[in-house]
Ligand binder design. Structure first.
Ligand code: 4GS
Length: 264
């Protein structure tokens, strides 16, 4: 899959993505990353691409023409119109199913704004999808673009070591992941759940599935509505719900640790 990123900070995108799993996938040619510096399309020798907002107000606005020219350059090379995402708090909130949809595209353009945003007129001309990564204000669309590319990339065949591992993870079946443990067997007096050392694959799978359901009920009960549980699992859940009520939540675990750190 090919990602084209239109940005004033291409090095931010390059540094973020040519690392770790996405970095290896890019080297292998499973993914391709084309960062396009909007400043190269400034149309003036100073490379100026922003100006004051009409009507006044704080900050600067990215001008329409350099963004349009950069986008034209990318689509002309592709030889066809490309799905173009603009990262903005005004967009639809990004989620896993959206990533699955985008992963079907062969090429995707991501447009990153900086400063106070981009002249509305060019957005109306080129953007097919307005996407937000959450309700908070960032300095630019680069981090959101990287979040999207990272999420979409791991759905591309071959990017994860194990081709099947993406489908077993969080959100695929609307359940949270089960807890993970590694060596040593006992750490600070805390033992690894014995079933994981039993070598009984069936029991391990059963325990993990139960943990996923328990944890989802405890931390993200909203997700359970979408999960498809067997009748047996729904029974289990009913029983668990009572005992979950008395269980410690992250807030109180966090509070306890915070008091320790502060030596309270
Ligand atoms: C987001 C966000 C964002 C908004 C970009 C202020 C610079 C900034 N983009 N999801 N201008 N949250 N963008 O905060 O996508």
């Amino acid at each position: 899959m090919k990602f084209h990123v239109l940005t004033l900070f291409p090095e931010m995108i390059e540094n973020g993505l040519r690392t770790s799993i996405t970095g290896r996938a890019l080297e292998k040619g499973l993914l391709s990353l084309d960062t396009v510096n909007i400043r190269d399309f400034a149309g003036n020798k100073h490379g100026k691409v922003d100006d004051y907002p009409y009507g006044g107000g704080a900050g600067m606005v990215m001008q329409a023409e350099p963004v349009y020219a950069a986008h034209q350059y990318v689509t002309a090379r592709a030889g066809r119109p490309l799905r173009t995402v603009y990262l903005t708090p005004q967009g639809r909130t990004f989620h896993q199913e959206m990533a699955e949809e985008f992963a079907k595209e062969e090429e995707l353009v991501l447009l990153c704004g900086h400063y106070e945003g981009i002249d509305e007129r060019v957005l109306e001309e080129i953007v097919t999808d307005f996407v937000s990564i959450g309700d908070y204000v960032l300095t630019g669309g680069e981090l959101p673009a990287m979040v999207m590319i990272d999420t979409i990339s791991r759905l591309v065949e071959g990017v994860l070591n194990n081709e099947t591992s993406a489908e077993f993870e969080s959100f695929h079946d609307s359940l949270l992941e089960y807890p993970q443990y590694s060596r040593p067997e006992v750490w600070r007096g805390k033992a690894v759940p014995p079933v994981l050392l039993s070598g009984h694959h069936g029991n391990v799978e059963k325990w993990r599935r139960e943990q996923s359901i328990r944890r989802t009920a405890k931390w993200r009960p909203d997700l359970l509505e979408k999960a498809d549980l067997t009748d047996k699992e729904k029974e289990l859940l009913k029983k668990e719900k009572e005992s979950l009520k008395g269980e410690e939540k992250w807030d109180s675990i966090g509070e306890k640790n915070l008091k320790n750190w502060l030596r309270m």
